[in-house]
Every structure is written in C-alpha cells, then in structure tokens.
Design a protein around this ligand. Structure first.
Ligand code: 73E
Length: 820
C-alpha cells in the first residue's frame, strides 16, 4: 500500500512556490497572520520554509544510507559551535535570492529576519567551531557522516561588561523556539551510572548500575552545498527515566520524584565554559559518558541493527574522538563487545582499536584531561575495571618491547599515581586508537617529540598530522558576499567547493583595477561592521582607520597582554608628543574574547583592556590616531561581520603553545595580513603566503624552550628596555584605573616575576613588527597586493582539504552522492 503513495514533492524552487510555502508555515505552523506576526514568528516561519526545501534531501539521504550502507564516519564531539543556521541553509539550498525576493513581495526584509536568529553556542571556541566546519565539509564532499554531541540547554554564557569587568549571563538560546531541530523521543536510549559489578560462574562480568537516565536524540540537518546530501547531527538531551514518571504518578513521592527528574536533566543543562583547560568535575564526566554511550548504542543498535555482527564494525565506521572528551567511548565499546555481546577480550580489543581515531588539540601539559580513579570507580565501575586491564596488557607490551625500564613504564601508564591515582585520558586515547593526529604541522611534531613522545616511539605508525581548516561556505561565501562576487567574476564559482582554485587569483594581485575593487570591498565590509557595532554595542568606529583585530578566547598563552602593551606604548608616545597624531597611521584595535568564569587572571586582563580602551578613546589627542573597541559577547555571528572587515590579524601566541588556531585562517582568506609568531598553523600560513606578505616576529619554539630551560628572567627585559618599562610603569601607576595602583598590580607583578608565556621576551620584536605594519600600510598599493596574495594562497585552509586528508590518511570512506 505505502509504495503506491508518491513522495511528497518539495515546494517549488521559485519565488511563487517559496511565498506560498512561507504563508503556509506562518498560518498553519506558527498559527498567525502576516499582520499579527511578531518578528520571531516571521523568522520561525522563514526557518521552517527553508527547512522544508531541504527535507526531502534529508529523507533521501537517510533512506539511501539504510538501503545501501556504506563506510561512514562518526564525529564524536562534546562541542559543535554551529553559528546561525538560516543563512547556511539558504546558500546550501540555493534559495538565497528566491527567499529575498519572495519575502520582499510580502513586504518583509530577509536581513531583518536573519538577524532574529539566536545562534546555538554549543561550544567554547576553536575546537567546537572546527567540529561544525568539519561536518559541513563532509556533507559537501558527499561523505556518509554523522556528528554526535550534546544538546546543552544553555550554551556558552552571554558576556556583558559591568565597569569593564566580565559578567556572565545564561545563554537561553532555546527560549524562542528551535526550528532547526527534530526531536526523536521514540529513539531514546538508556544510559546508566554507578552501582557495582558482579562476576558470574562462567567468568563473565555484569555491571549492575545504580541509576540511569534517558538520552533523547535531537536531529539537526547538515546540508551539503548545492548537492543532494543532508547529513545528520545528532545531539543528546537528558531526561529522567520513566521510573520517575511512575513515582510522580504515585503522588506521595511527588516532591522526591521531581527532584530526581531535575537531577537527571542537569546532565545536559549547561556547556562547561572552560576552553583549553580540563575540568575535573563529576558532572562533566557524566556528560561525556552520557553522550558517548548514547551515540555508540545508537550506531550499533539502530544504524547497524540489533543483530549485526560487530566483527564488521571497523569496516563500517570510524569514530573520530574530538580531543579526550569522548575517550570514555573506548572502554564503553569494550564493555558492549565483551560483556553484552560475548566477544572474547582479545578479539574485542582488536576490533575496538580499529574503530577509533584520536585528535589532540593541545600542547599545554596542564590541559590534558585526567579523571581520578576514585571518581571513575564510583561513576563507571565496570569501565574502570576495563581500563585497568587495558593498562596491564599495554604495559606488558611496553616491557616486552623496551625491557623492564620501570621509569618508562611509570611514565607511560594510563594510570597516574601522583598527586592522586587518576586516568590520563590522552594516554588511554593513544593506546585505544589506530591513529593519533595533531592539528597543524608544528603541533603534530611537538606531540611526537614532547607531549606523547613515549607513545610515538612505541607506535610511530599511529602518528600523523592533519592541519585544520575552515569552511569557505560560511566564512567566505556567506560572510563576505562582496569578495565572493569579485572572486567569482574573476575565476568562476568553482572555488566555493574547491578552494585551491583561489590560486587562479594570483595574477590579479598585479592588476591595479582589481586591487582597487578589492579595497572597495574591504571598505564596504568595514561599513557593515560600523553599523553592527553601532546598533549592537553603541560603539562608534571609524571605517577610514586600519582595523587591527584580535579575537579569540582570553588565555594567557594567547597573549592579549602583548597587544595591550602595544596599545599602551602607542598611547604613551601619542600623549607625550613623541608621535604626531596627524601623521601616524590611524588604527582601531578591536578585541573580542570571553574568559572562563573561574579564570581570574583572564578576567583581570579583560578589565585592563576595557580600562585602557576607555582612557585611549577618551583622550582628545590620542583618540585622533588610536581607538580601542571591545564589543562584549564575541561569537560566530559577530565573527562573520568582523573578519571580512579586518586589515590586520593578530596571531601572537607564544611559539609552541597554540595547537593550530583557525581564526588565523579566516582572516587570511578574507584579505587581512597577519602579524604573528611562528606558532600553530601560522607557520603554514606564512610558508604559503610568503614572508613578504606576513609580519613575523618573536621567539621560535626551540628558542623559547631553551630560554625556559636556562632560566627565564622577565624583569631583565623590563630593566633593559625603556619603552617596555614606560608601558608597564604606566599601567602600574594607576593611569588606567583612576589612580588606584592596586587594581592592575597583579597583572604587572605577574609579568615581571613569572611571565609564563614570555610576553616581555617578545615585546620588542612585536613592537618592531608593528612598525613594519604601519610603514607597509602607508603604501596602500603594496598592502592590497599582499592582501590579494593572501587570499590567492590560502586555499589550503579549507576544511574540505582537512576532511580529504582525514579521509585519505585515517577514515578511508568514499563519497556517496545523493541524487538532487
Ligand atoms: O589551537 C586551537 C585549535 O585551533 C586549540 O587551542 C583548540 O582547538 C582548536 C581546533 O583544533 C582547543 N580547544 C581545546 N583544546 N584545544 C579545549 C579543551 C577543553 C575544553 C574545550 C576546548
């Protein structure tokens, strides 16, 4: 019977079809009329209209996957920092112009409705945004792929400033409705915690959990760009089990039952706002196991089928572990295989190792996740036993290979003994996967030589590099329509899915007319930014100044302080008359940065930036040549307007600390020049764009390490460098704190006596680089030639290329086109 029902056609891909569908959504789904509808109603109807165009592609993709299963990729990530969905869905479906026209015919403005969307901030920064770029690229490359993560009810906090200090507010992104998700409550799975284990007479182990929660999946579409594929991002939300419902029914237990419900649902309540630091919190471990257990169950039972032969699992899937957050998946799969499916341990271990690959995103030793044995044993007793056995067998192999070098064995043990017994998740990942990658060449090299050196010696074939990338759809095509049109006019539109083709722009660098138009576009992008900052933050910026931008999480290793010292030095020189405001290059320095709520020093640095900014902007002389803007709550949406407007990209971390960076790539692709250290992917950016088109400064990683080993004395730089001394003295004097010398004393004293990230050591080199920037900027023809070359030579930094590298080196999955 059902076969005879023809598939429901998508609404027609023209203005008429679009407006009809729009009015239908507004009337029948939103339950309102054009006259009565609020902006949110109108936005929701628009989102659903666009969604309806992608729906049949999504259904076809899923149907095809079930009918003809192909090798797939599952990207396991605690964070997906998606950004707004509407714009991306519009370009993926080819609806942009139709929608604008259709809405206009109803007297509505597409841009106004776009602005009504609250972005899902389900990530902290680069790691989460990378996951979002990767799933976009996988869909565009036609790879069968699924993203698995957590549907946090509250994403990354909303940042506000009170007296220049960061105050966090909850991100209630779901409040106005969430048109991009589809709940699948019937596909919920149970996830258990606690309890104890029992060994049966036949030697099999059973986990008898103490409590459990339900994981309800919410599906998000991940449309490929103008192809027929729509992949799925599956985010899990925690609910109390039905046992609680029963208690509520027996109303004698009502209050207790509701408490239990709240407890269960807390698991997916909030995103931990920490970035590049481990959070040893029980709830965080619960989150990790929760989404990983639900995802493995989902793939094994629903996708493969309940009676599937799990020996085939490695042929069907690679689970890519995005940092250590999902690494508990390794013992979980062992538990499924050994305890639930009765696969012998050795065979199960061979299968498991072939199913997982691990991406490391850090170099800071203190950022490596560890979980106390006490906590793991209490929350996941069976997993702890499995980890012990994995470790015993691994250390036996180490001994077999290297002899009884007990120092080495202790160093490589998955279980650390000091300061407390704890599981080193990066080591578990290194042992339980078949590939380990860093995220930029330098990072991967340092992983092999330093952070995971013993493991690289033990199993060198496991280690590889995949340099990060960003999606050209969101960060060029969408964010920079002017530049996109110019590129397309010059070389055709193939670059959107084949970014290497930007190299065809190279000859245009010498074309004066092209450079003029390039500058014109930069200028109009600045105008867009002017409008945004005016309306959003009440900040006035001058589009005729050089836009010098440093946006990224606030972290000492990223060295926002170095940028502040440059601003203070310029303030000092302008104020003292050493620099003439009329004849210097006029700059607007833009900061964007959230600090982890518990990271005191980072919050002090935010206060310093705001206070320096207020003084600079308020000074009638200085502000003629220098201004500081620090819009609060920097996020993906702001980035999309800010990045295309930037002239100068600040990538100034201490060499050897930033694993890759991805903002650096977005700026280069949008025609900003970089002032940067030899760190992370900056190294590769500079190699590609050429030294003439990049402002390099600072110590190299080997130089910085050597100084640290010999003993670093920051105060020596203060004593020997008059400019640096003046800048630090000015901060210490209370110049930026209403005369109160105590306010920024901790910052200054930390720089003078500790300065872990060698701000003072790199100060002069940075100031010199900024002098070169100014000189070069005066020659606008030379500058724009370099910006064109930056764009032409940055095609490598597409996340499509990153995905192709993962496919070639790690996943070995093939494209499976879905008919449009
Ligand atoms: O260098 C960036 C990198 O570009 C790195 O700091 C970041 O990942 C980006 C993408 O590869 C990163 N985030 C985290 N670790 N590295 C992290 C750690 C714990 C929680 C949240 C994020």
């Amino acid at each position: 019977m059902t076969e005879t029902i023809p598939p429901i056609a998508s609404p027609e891909l023209n203005v008429e079809g679009f407006t009809r569908q729009y009015l239908r959504e507004l009337t029948y789904t939103q339950g309102t009329t054009l006259e009565r509808a609020s902006t949110n109603d109108k936005y929701l109807a628009l989102a659903r209209t666009v969604r309806s165009y992608l729906m049949s592609r999504w259904n076809r993709t899923v149907t095809q996957e079930f009918r003809k299963p192909a090798r797939a990729v599952a990207y396991l990530s605690a964070e997906f920092l998606l950004g707004r969905q509407l714009d991306n869905a519009l370009i993926a479906s080819g609806l942009e112009e139709i929608a604008a026209e259709g809405l206009a015919s109803l007297g509505l403005d597409l841009d106004e409705l776009r602005a009504a969307e609250v972005e899902p901030g389900l990530g902290n920064g680069g790691l989460g945004r990378l996951a979002a770029c990767f799933i976009d690229s996988l869909a565009t490359l036609n790879i069968p792929a699924v993203g698995y993560g957590i549907r946090y009810e509250f994403g990354i906090f909303r940042q506000t400033f009170v007296d220049g200090r960061q105050v966090e507010e909850p991100d209630n992104w779901l409040d106005n409705g969430s048109p991009w998700e589809i709940a699948r409550p019937e596909q919920e799975v149970e996830v258990s915690f606690g309890g104890h284990t029992e060994v049966g007479p036949d030697g099999t182990t059973t986990w008898v959990p103490g409590w459990s929660v339900l994981a309800v999946p919410y599906n998000y579409m991940v449309p490929g760009y103008l192809n027929g594929r729509v992949n799925t991002l599956r985010l899990w939300s925690a609910r109390a089990t039905h046992a609680f419902d029963l208690k509520i029914f027996n109303y004698g237990d009502y209050a207790e039952a509701v408490r239990a419900q709240t407890f269960a649902e807390n698991i997916t309540k909030v995103l931990y706002p920490e970035d590049s630091t481990p959070q040893g919190k029980e709830l965080r471990l619960q989150q990790q196991y929760f989404f990983v257990a639900a995802s493995l169950r989902d793939f094994v039972e629903r996708v493969l089928g309940p009676d599937s032969d799990l020996r085939e699992l490695p042929e069907r899937i690679t689970f890519q572990l995005n940092d250590t957050h999902p690494v508990i998946a390794i013992p979980e799969l062992m538990r499924i295989l050994v305890d639930l499916k009765g696969v012998p341990w050795d065979e199960a271990w061979a299968i498991t190792q072939k199913c997982f690959a691990y991406t490391c995103h850090t170099l800071l030793p203190e950022a490596l996740e560890v979980w106390p044995v006490e906590l793991l044993s209490r929350l996941l007793p069976r997993h702890m036993e499995i980890i012990y056995r994995i470790n015993d067998e691994f250390l036996a192999q180490v001994r077999a290979k290297f002899g009884n070098d007990e120092m080495l064995v202790r160093r490589m043990s998955i279980i650390a003994e000091y300061p407390e017994r704890a599981v080193r998740m990066a080591y578990l990942a290194s042992v339980g996967t078949f590939k380990i990658n860093g995220v930029a060449e330098l990072h991967s090299q340092l992983l092999r030589e330093k952070v995971l050196n013993d493991f690289a010696v033990f199993a060198p074939e496991k280690f590889t590099n995949v340099t990060n990338g960003v999606t050209p759809r969101r960060f060029v095509r969408l964010a920079n329509p002017g530049l996109s049109a110019l590129i397309t006019e010059a070389i055709g539109d193939g670059w959107v899915t084949d970014l290497g083709r930007l190299s065809e722009l190279e000859p245009f660098a010498d074309d004066a007319e092209f450079r003029r138009r390039f500058r014109e576009i930069k200028r109009s992008n600045k105008d867009r930014l002017v409008t945004l900052l005016k309306n959003r933050d009440g900040i006035d910026i001058d589009p005729d100044t050089m836009l010098d931008v440093m946006v990224k999480r606030l972290h000492e290793y990223k060295r926002q302080l170095l940028k502040v010292l440059h601003v203070v030095a310029q303030y000092d020189r302008l104020k003292s008359g050493e620099l003439d405001p009329a004849s210097t290059v006029h700059r607007t320095v833009v900061f964007g940065a959230k600090a982890a709520p518990g990271y005191q020093m980072a919050k002090e640095i935010i206060a310093l930036i705001n206070h320096v900014g207020a003084r600079v902007n308020g000074d009638p002389v200085v502000s003629q040549a220098l201004r500081v803007a620090f819009p609060a709550n920097y996020n993906v949406t702001v980035a999309e307007t800010l990045v295309p407007a930037a002239d100068l990209s600040e990538q100034i971390s201490l060499a050897g600390k930033e694993a890759s960076g991805t903002g650096n790539m977005k700026f280069a692709l949008n025609g900003a020049l970089t002032v940067g250290t030899d760190d992370g992917a900056n190294v590769e950016i500079r190699q590609l764009v050429g030294d003439d088109n990049f402002f390099l400064f600072g110590l190299t990683e080997p130089e910085a390490s050597a100084i640290q080993e010999a003993g670093y004395h920051p105060a020596a730089h203060y004593e020997q460098n008059p400019g640096l001394r003046r800048a630090l003295d000015l901060i210490a004097s209370g110049e930026f704190s209403g005369g109160d010398r105590s306010v920024f004393e901790p910052i200054v004293s930390n720089l003078l006596h500790e300065d872990r990230f060698m701000v003072l050591a790199d100060y002069q080199s940075y100031i010199d680089a900024q002098e070169r920037v100014d000189a070069y900027y005066r020659d606008q023809e030379a500058w724009s030639r370099s910006t064109v070359l930056n764009v032409a030579r940055s095609g490598f930094f597409s996340s499509d290329r990153s995905m192709q590298d993962y496919l070639d080196r790690i996943w070995h999955a093939k494209p499976v086109p879905v008919e449009l």
